[in-house]
Design a protein around this ligand. Sequence first.
Ligand code: ADP
Ligand code: ADP
Length: 224
Amino acid sequence: MIIEAKEISKIYGSDENKVVALNKVNLAIASSDFMSIMGPSGSGKSTLLHILSGLDKPTSGNLFYDGKEIYSFSDKELSVFRRQKIGFIFQQFNLLPVLTAKENIIMPLLLDKKQPNETYLKRLTDLLGISDRLTHLPHELSGGQQQRVAIARALIAEPDIIFADEPTGNLDSKSGSEVMEMLKNIQHKMGKTLVIITHDNRIATMADRQFVIVDGVLSEVTAK
Ligand code: ADP
Ligand code: ADP
């Protein structure tokens, strides 16, 4: 899966109130890339993530997944595409409090009327160190464990690409580092594409490709 963003701009408001959230962003993401995007608050990180994942449309520019312009998809095609190809991890873990860890993890499949592959589920939860926590409710788990459940949920439908928006933002530095190590390990073992948004330099430098965004202008800091 190759993602290409070409000259993507996003402008909010009009005339005097105009905010250029993204300014002609160009980006090519290859399969198995692990990239981070770092930038201060208000620099355009969330806007970029929303556009790259098809949640929002740019004011101008194009976005291609494997050469296909995704804005040419119908809303239905786009939502199927997003469910099958993209996994999300959020700062707030967004687990449903009345469901067990396992029920939370397999929820995306159930919504698609699919059954989990138990072998894959086992492999995933073993890699994340939560196999013995599957019958627990979210409030019975530490923050780090809750985020690991959320990571398993993001991966259960076997998407090609994971977008993580400040995945360690709600964790202390020790559990944040643990979660990042696990995410990196899974990315490596499963060959997933991982895009992490962060304002934490220690998290950003774990990625193979590091980008910074300032006032909507994206630049690559390092390339492997
Ligand atoms: P970040 O995620 O880096 O904090 P955002 O992408 O949320 O940055 O925001 C980039 C800029 O766009 C900011 O100036 C923000 O105020 C503005 N912005 C974001 N969303 C909207 C919106 N829905 N309407 C108007 N301005 C917005
Ligand atoms: P970690 O460092 O792995 O994120 P913690 O040190 O915070 O975990 O928690 C240690 C253990 O205590 C965990 O195995 C977790 O299951 C349990 N635990 C943490 N918070 C709660 C809670 N609110 N209720 C019940 N058990 C909890």
